[in-house]
Design a protein around this ligand. Structure first.
Ligand SMILES: Nc1ncnc2c1ncn2[C@@H]1O[C@H](COP(=O)(O)OP(=O)(O)OP(=O)(O)O)[C@@H](O)[C@H]1O
Length: 484
């Protein structure tokens, strides 16, 4: 299993963390019906362009009153409006009221009702970025579940850059994620958005790189990063060895939090968390979050803003066509060749279930005149990052990958995902296909089904996410899956 390869360094021990009591108000936002299809651009006008999630703009980036240097970078990044297209409803556990008299009680109740109804109306128009950013920039804890490619990264990158007051020699932001490529990608996002903040330094730390290099950077006051992004094993090593001083950390972020907390990475996360001062902002993000995982996440937080997708059908990407092909394992190569010949792809990711199969398939494809690269946890770290960069920079169009590439990775031009081997769970399916059709663009996902078990997995995907995955037709209109 590929993600196990990634986890190979981690230990099983899972100590319990100190519970933080969740006290007064909890705002829960859950996706409600109605707007996804239209907002995702399934119409004449919205379908073709990136950012077609943007519809009616109740809030713009300027409303967040961000630092001018941050606002300039946002413009340079081409972000015109916070992501939109998701309708939220609000359910609150109201703060307790001091009911000293009957009159006060009814006044209070009326006030609460009015406030709640105003909030309700407002929230119904808000998106993930619109809702999270205002809370996150004032230091509130945030737990946010939102579908793939909606721009969760920008929430914590902007919120932490807005709040940071850099002091040389002090790390004040720690971001943890589950793979090295994702850590690298997040570091690059920080660099993009801190373009006009020359004093801010961001570094990325992960396994496969000599620890000495990380320590040298952290020990040097002029070079020590203010923002650290990394994977759990390496970060906990650096904290435990006193190379990374956690005493000044004020913001702690977990991206793909469910993945890290459900696996043995959790021990490392808890280790780091415990060493960071208690008074800190904690933010967590993912597209998939079970009810059990929500409560676990909340143990790390104080009164977080909670955004959940209660109806998992709403996690479906509506700009994405989804099909399957029934075939025998030995027919997969021929079929893949045909598909690559006939489909129009900007870039394509082909997922397989092991490093060995990734190497093998990449060689076959190259021999068949489909220049390609691959990525998996069993290749040298430098090669991994260099392959990621080549693909991200569109120097290669075909990537054969294991699940190390299945979550979080954002390559804008990917419009086709092929599951050469079916993923091991509906969650993995959702994350993998979410590599195409990002931020409201169009895409196509094709899954090869060769065993009874594969069929069952596909059925559970359809049942859980209320999506119809139909047999691949002989012809597909290119307009349906390619953004020109
Ligand atoms: N407001 C915006 N305007 C335009 N583009 C945006 C905006 N917000 C985010 N994006 C772009 O949308 C893409 C997807 O964003 P991001 O990678 O943060 O998604 P995500 O929600 O983290 O997805 P996943 O769950 O798959 O990790 C990125 O290329 C990002 O630059």
């Amino acid at each position: 299993m590929s993600h196990h390869e990634e986890l190979i360094d981690y230990e099983e021990a899972v100590p319990s963390i100190d519970e933080q009591v969740d006290t007064s108000t909890t705002v829960q936002a859950a996706q409600a019906d109605g707007v996804d299809s239209a907002a995702a651009g399934e119409g004449e006008n919205g379908a073709d362009k990136k950012g077609s999630y943007v519809g009616v703009h109740s809030t713009g980036f300027s409303d967040f009153l961000l630092k001018p240097e941050l606002s300039r970078a946002i413009v340079d990044c081409g972000f015109e409006h916070p992501s939109e297209g998701t309708k939220y409803s609000l359910s609150t556990q109201s703060p307790s009221l001091d009911k000293t008299s009957h009159i006060e009680e009814s006044n209070n109740e009326r006030w609460m009702k009015d406030t709640r109804s105003r909030q309700q109306q407002k929230l119904q128009r808000l998106s993930v970025q619109q809702q999270c950013i205002p809370q996150a920039i004032i230091g509130n804890d945030v737990i946010c579940q939102a579908k793939s490619g909606l721009g969760k990264t920008a929430v914590f990158v902007l919120a932490t850059l807005q709040q940071i007051e850099p002091v040389d020699g002090e790390v004040s932001v720690v971001v943890v994620c589950h793979t090295r490529e994702l850590a690298f990608q997040i570091r690059n996002e920080y660099q993009r958005f801190s373009k006009y903040m020359p004093k801010i330094r961001t570094e990325v730390f992960y396994g496969g790189v000599p620890e000495r290099e990380n320590k040298e950077l952290l020990n040097n006051k002029e070079k020590c990063p203010h923002i650290v992004v990394g994977t759990p094993g390496r970060l906990s090593y650096l904290v435990n060895n006193k190379a990374l001083n956690p005493d000044h950390v004020k913001h702690f972020v977990l991206d793909e939090c469910d993945k890290m907390l459900e696996t043995d990475m959790r021990a490392d996360i808890q280790e780091i968390f415990r060493k960071i001062p208690q008074h800190k902002q904690v933010m967590m993000f993912t597209a998939t979050l079970s009810k059990e995982m929500r409560s676990l996440c909340k143990k790390f937080m104080k009164n977080p803003l909670e955004i959940y997708v209660d109806d998992e059908g709403k996690l479906t990407l509506h700009g994405l066509l989804q099909h399957y092909v029934s075939l025998k394992d030995e027919q997969k190569n021929r079929k893949l060749n045909d598909l690559l010949d006939t489909l129009e792809f900007n870039q394509v990711v082909i997922f397989v279930k092991s490093a060995q199969r990734a190497n093998m398939l990449q060689k076959i494809l190259t021999a068949c005149n489909f220049p390609s690269i691959c990525i998996h946890a069993r290749m040298p770290q430098e090669q991994r990052i260099s392959n990621y960069k080549e693909f991200k920079d569109n120097k290669q169009r075909i990537m054969v990958a294991t699940d190390v590439f299945g979550r979080g990775i954002d390559v804008e031009r990917v419009n086709i995902v092929i599951n050469y081997d079916i993923p091991d769970s509906p969650d993995s399916y959702l994350h993998r296909v979410g590599r195409a059709g990002r931020f409201g663009t169009k895409g196509l996902a094709i899954t090869f089904v060769s065993t009874e078990e594969d069929k069952n997995t596909l059925e559970s995907v359809q049942a859980r996410f209320e999506v119809e995955i139909t047999e691949l037709p002989d012809q597909i209109n290119v307009d349906a899956y390619k953004t020109f």
